[in-house]
Design a protein around this ligand. Structure first.
Ligand SMILES: *Cc1c(COP(=O)(O)O)cnc(C)c1O
Length: 368
C-alpha cells in the first residue's frame, strides 16, 4: 500500500453496474440511457466510470466544457452532452466533438455563426426548454424564432429536445410536475411541427425515472445520483447498492486529561479523561466544518466515533474513549448511503453536496 495515500475514496464498480441495471429494469427496452458524470462523476471518477459504462449506455452528460474535454482526453468515444456551455466555449465544443445544450436565442445564433465559419454539416445540438424550474432554457414563446433560425441553415441539426423537472422526488408536487410534462409535450409538438424532422425527447432525472416513467419516459432518461447509489428517498435508496466508501486511518491516539481542550479555538473541553484519534482528513478534503463539535461521526472497528472540536483543514479528532483501537487502524468516514444521508441531514444538506465536495486531494480507488 502507498502510505502517502492513506485517505481514499473507494468506488465499487459492481455496485455501479448493479444500479445501472436497476434503473434499466424500470425502463422500456428501447429507452436510451444518458449517464450524468458531471462534477467528477458526483465526486467519484468521471473518466473511469465513463470508460466502464461506455458500452452499456447511449450518452454521457457533463455540466461544463472542461469536464467534456477530460472525458475525450480519457478516451471516451460515446456522445457527450454539455449541459451548460457558455458562448465562448462553443468552438472548443466542436473541436472535441461534444454536443452543446442550446438554451437561448443568443447562444443558438452564435452557434450557427460558428458552424458556418467552421463549415459544419448537421452538427448535433440539443435544445433545452424551461418548463418550470426557471433556471435555464427557452420558453414556448421562443419556438417560432428558433424554427426560423434553424430552417434557414444546414450547419446544425437538433438531435434532441429536453427539459428538467423541478421536484421529481417530491410527490406532493405531483400536480406541478404533471403540468411541466404537459408543457414539455406541447412545446416539443409545436417545435417538431415547424422543423421537417423529429429530434428525440428526454425529461427524467433519477427521481423522475423512479416516479414518472409512465408519464414522461420519452426516448431517453438522464441518470445521475441513482447510479451512485441514492434514490432521494429511503424506499428507493434501499434498492440501490452502495458505491462510495471514504476511508482513512488513525494517525495518532492521544489521552486528554480532564480539563484540557481539543483542537482550534479550544472548542472541545474534557470533563473526564478521554482518548482521541487524529485522522488525516479535513475540510480541505470535503469534510464540512459543520461536522465538528459532535455533529458528524465516523466508524472505527465498527463503532461510531464522533468528531470533537473543530474540523481542521487537514485533520479531524474523534472520540475513541470507548473503542478498542490502535494507531494505523482503518477509519471509515462515509460508510454507506444511510451514513451519508444521516450526515447530510445533520448539516441540512443532501448527499449530492457531500459526494461532490470530496476534494481532488483524496485518491480515488476502483474496486471490483
Ligand atoms: C444533474 C442533472 C441531471 C441528473 O440529476 P440526478 O437527480 O442526479 O439524477 C439530469 N438532468 C440535468 C439537466 C441535470 O443538470
Amino acid at each position: 500500500m502507498n502510505n502517502s495515500h492513506v485517505t481514499v475514496l473507494e468506488i465499487n464498480l459492481n455496485a455501479i453496474n448493479s444500479n445501472l441495471n436497476y434503473f434499466k429494469s424500470k425502463l422500456d427496452k428501447n429507452t436510451k440511457i444518458l449517464v450524468v458524470v458531471k462534477a467528477f462523476g458526483y465526486g467519484s471518477d468521471a473518466v473511469k466510470i465513463a470508460k466502464i459504462l461506455e458500452n452499456n449506455v447511449d450518452y454521457f452528460a457533463v455540466a461544463y466544457l472542461n469536464e467534456g474535454i477530460a472525458l475525450r482526453k480519457g478516451g471516451v468515444k460515446t456522445p457527450i452532452l454539455v449541459l451548460h456551455p457558455q458562448k465562448d466555449n462553443l468552438g472548443k465544443i466542436v473541436e472535441y466533438n461534444l454536443e452543446p445544450t442550446i438554451y437561448s436565442t443568443n447562444l443558438l445564433n452564435h452557434f450557427i455563426d460558428i458552424s458556418k465559419k467552421l463549415k459544419l454539416q448537421n452538427f448535433p445540438i440539443h435544445l433545452k426548454f424551461n418548463t418550470g424550474l426557471n433556471r435555464l432554457g427557452f420558453t414556448k414563446k421562443d419556438i417560432s424564432k428558433i424554427s426560423i433560425s434553424l430552417n434557414s441553415q444546414k450547419e446544425v441539426i437538433v438531435k434532441s429536445v429536453f427539459s428538467h423537472i423541478a421536484a421529481s422526488e417530491d410527490l406532493n408536487e405531483r400536480e406541478f410536475t404533471l403540468q411541466q410534462i404537459n408543457t414539455f409535450n406541447s412545446i416539443s409538438k409545436e417545435l417538431i411541427n415547424l422543423l421537417n424532422y423529429t429530434p428525440f425527447k428526454h425529461m427524467l432525472n433519477t427521481s423522475g425515472i423512479l416516479n414518472y416513467t409512465t408519464e414522461a419516459q420519452f426516448d431517453m432518461v438522464r441518470l445521475g445520483i441513482g447510479l451512485y447509489g441514492f434514490g432521494n428517498d429511503t424506499k428507493h435508496t434501499k434498492n440501490l447498492k452502495n458505491v462510495v466508501t471514504l476511508k482513512s486511518i488513525i494517525s495518532q491516539i492521544q489521552t486528554i486529561e480532564k480539563g484540557e481542550t481539543v483542537g482550534y479555538n479550544r472548542a472541545y473541553k474534557t470533563t473526564t479523561t478521554i482518548k482521541t484519534a487524529t485522522v488525516p482528513i479535513g475540510h480541505a478534503d470535503g469534510i464540512f466544518r459543520q461536522f465538528g463539535n459532535e455533529v458528524g461521526y465516523v466508524y472505527i472497528n465498527n463503532k461510531k466515533a464522533v468528531i470533537i472540536g473543530n474540523v481542521c483543514m487537514d485533520m479531524i479528532m474523534v472520540n475513541v474513549t470507548n473503542i478498542m483501537c490502535n494507531e494505523g487502524d482503518e477509519v471509515i468516514i462515509y460508510k454507506n448511503q444511510q451514513h451519508i444521508e444521516t450526515m447530510a441531514k445533520a448539516i441540512k444538506t443532501i448527499p449530492y453536496e457531500l459526494l461532490t465536495a470530496i476534494s481532488q486531494r483524496v485518491t480515488r480507488v476502483l474496486k471490483e
